[in-house]
Design a binder for this molecule. Structure first.
Ligand code: ADP
Ligand code: MG
Length: 227
């Protein structure tokens, strides 16, 4: 069953200027994401998947329209307020893991919790639980370079949800993995989302993974439409 609306996009527009060209990427896009829902965003390269995730995830501001997170309109918020929301309520996973190379898997997952102000012991326990949940508890002390691509992405996913966000945004999270590893990483991601009641918007080119989500959307003429 679908929960409450976590993210609403209302008439969101976003354009870029490249030299003398004006590129319209989002053009009055509307979208609802509910609690506990996993939605695949499937669209060709260059159509605006990352732009959409960055706008919905408060990394970029729309040129027009509104992003409403858990009932709160985010347009009027200061950059500091938006940063605090990103830190506490939103999780991001990218195609490349972006883990801190000089820290262990465990420490990478502790980091956002420490930045939030949680005690070290609490952060370490939660990080260890998440690693177990992602079935890589035995990799806790390894640095990113000592992990496989699939393990790195599982650590990145664990880090993204370390502060128990409302929404997880993932931008082609398995795009850099072979199909078998992609499926394995997605299993862990799916289990986590299902267990936590998190909402997830996941850009992917992988149609098999897209089929496993609750619904699929694409971008067409700057709008978000069912696929
Ligand atoms: P996707 O993630 O679907 O590949 P993007 O959202 O990254 O697409 O980009 C959509 C379009 O917007 C592309 O044509 C890209 O070149 C352009 N674009 C993205 N970011 C910028 C930017 N900061 N400045 C100018 N153009 C951009
Ligand atoms: Mg992209």
């Amino acid at each position: 069953m679908k929960g409450e609306v976590i993210i609403e996009l209302k008439g969101v527009s976003r354009h870029y200027v490249q030299g003398s060209r004006r590129l319209t990427i989002l053009n009055g896009a509307d979208f609802l994401l509910h609690q506990g829902e996993m939605v695949a965003l499937v669209a060709p390269s260059g159509t605006g998947k990352s732009t959409l995730l960055h706008t919905a995830g408060l990394l970029e501001r729309p040129d027009a329209g509104e992003v409403i997170l858990a009932g709160r309109s985010c347009g009027g918020l200061s950059d500091d307020e938006r940063t605090a929301i990103r830190r506490n309520d939103l999780g991001f996973v990218y195609q490349f893991h972006h883990l801190l190379p000089e820290f262990s898997a465990l420490e990478n997952i502790m980091m956002p919790q420490l930045i939030k102000g949680l005690p070290k012991q609490v952060a370490a326990e939660r990080a260890a639980q998440l690693l177990d949940y992602m079935k890589i508890g035995n990799r806790a002390q390894h640095r990113p370079a000592e992990l496989s691509g699939g393990e790195q992405q599982r650590v990145a996913i664990a880090r993204a949800v370390a502060n128990a966000p409302l929404v997880l945004f993932a931008d082609e999270p398995t795009g850099n993995l072979d199909p078998g590893t992609a499926s394995y990483v997605f299993d862990a991601l799916e289990a986590l989302v299902r267990q936590s009641g998190l909402a997830a918007l996941i850009a992917t080119h992988n149609h098999e993974l897209a089929r496993r989500m609750d619904r699929r959307v694409t971008l067409s003429d700057g709008k978000i439409v069912p696929l």
